[in-house]
Design a protein around this ligand. Structure first.
Ligand SMILES: [Zn+2]
Ligand SMILES: [Zn+2]
Length: 342
């Protein structure tokens, strides 16, 4: 049975989409004349550039969303067009309107392109990169995505540093350069990007871009979990995989299942995916295995029959290492806080 330390599509999406905290709705503060002017100009420009014609009513609803959404109070077509087009793209991409826009992802992509290319807006560049990476409203192009993440990172955008760092570590969209990826991830962490810290931990676990130190990777994951921000479920899933594989900790399927369950309970997609694998019987490999060894609590079984068979199995009998595992279990319970890596 093999497990990886993440790095799938969900990981990349999560890193790229970590948003600034929601700010108060500013719809009421928006000058109606300015909104009307923005609407007329946006409709004309969209029609000219893309041939898509929106009705005035749809346009007004969209602008209402923009100025009511997070970051919307800084958006203005005259004063801050980059922010304006980024927020507009987000409103269209989320399609949080009581109507269905035709080709809404293409329109969102066009908005991001306007924000990124014309107005050099970092968040617009980041959203454009995300669209290119996922092929949303545009042909999938990871290499172009990396270029836009780089441009936004050069302007100091922390989520883009985190996303590009992950690209470099994984070699997706760019030639693999784990050391440069790790450095970018560290920069994002220093700017307060919590999700990047989970990836930094995974770099320590795998020795990607930094000297391998699995115990330190686990230490960082526990730190993230204790902080309890939105990165917590991702860190819990990564810790579960450590317990599963014995990376930086003694292998322990009960602990693995516990951490994985916590992340799955709040909807973490990767945790939901691997939970059945973690709850696998140590003898027959069926899942889910509901019982565990009462003595060491480190291995799972379907039932007493599988447990007895595993106890005396010819190759790798559990009888041989149960006592050692039980002792390790007790030590862990007694001295968990003193063993923390510095
Ligand atoms: Zn079994
Ligand atoms: Zn045991």
């Amino acid at each position: 049975m093999e497990h990886t330390n993440g790095g799938g599509t969900t990981t990349r999406a999560a890193v790229a989409s970590q948003q600034v905290p929601a700010s108060a709705a500013a719809c009421a503060a928006m000058d109606p004349d300015a909104r009307h002017r923005a609407c007329v100009e946006f409709r004309a420009k969209l029609s000219r550039d893309t041939g898509v014609n929106l009705t005035a009513a749809i346009c007004e609803s969209l602008l209402g969303l923009v100025f009511g959404n997070e970051g919307g109070e800084q958006a203005s077509l005259e004063g801050n067009p980059g922010q304006f087009y980024t927020c507009l793209g987000d409103a269209i991409a989320k399609q949080s309107l009581p109507l269905v826009l035709p080709d809404h992802l293409q329109i969102a992509w066009w908005c991001y392109y306007e924000a990124a290319e014309v107005h050099t807006h970092p968040a617009g560049m980041r959203s454009l990169a995300g669209s290119l990476f996922h092929g949303e409203g545009v042909t999938e192009d990871p290499a172009q995505a990396a270029i836009w993440y780089q441009k936004a990172a050069d302007l100091g955008d922390a989520p883009s540093k985190a996303a590009l760092g992950l690209f470099l570590v994984n070699g997706s969209g760019v030639a693999k350069d784990a050391a440069r990826g790790f450095a970018l991830l560290r920069e994002a962490v220093d700017q307060g990007h919590g999700m990047a810290l989970v990836v930094v931990a995974q770099c320590y676990l795998k020795g990607e871009g930094v000297e391998k130190d699995a115990a330190h990777g686990v230490y960082i994951l526990r730190q993230v979990i204790n902080q309890g921000d939105i990165s917590k479920p991702k860190a819990e899933t990564a810790l579960a995989i450590c317990y599963m594989n014995g990376d930086g900790v003694e292998a322990d399927t009960v602990q693995a299942a516990l951490w994985c369950q916590r992340a799955a309970d709040v909807g973490n997609a990767e945790a939901i995916q691997i939970l059945p694998l973690i709850r696998t019987c140590n003898f027959c490999s069926s899942s889910p295995a509901r019982e565990h060894c009462e003595r060491c609590r480190k291995v799972r079984y379907c039932n007493a029959v599988c447990q007895a068979a595993h106890w005396k199995r010819e190759t790798d009998p559990h009888k041989g290492h149960c006592r050692r595992a039980a002792e390790a279990s007790q030590q862990e319970a007694g001295g968990a806080s003193t063993s923390a890596h510095q």
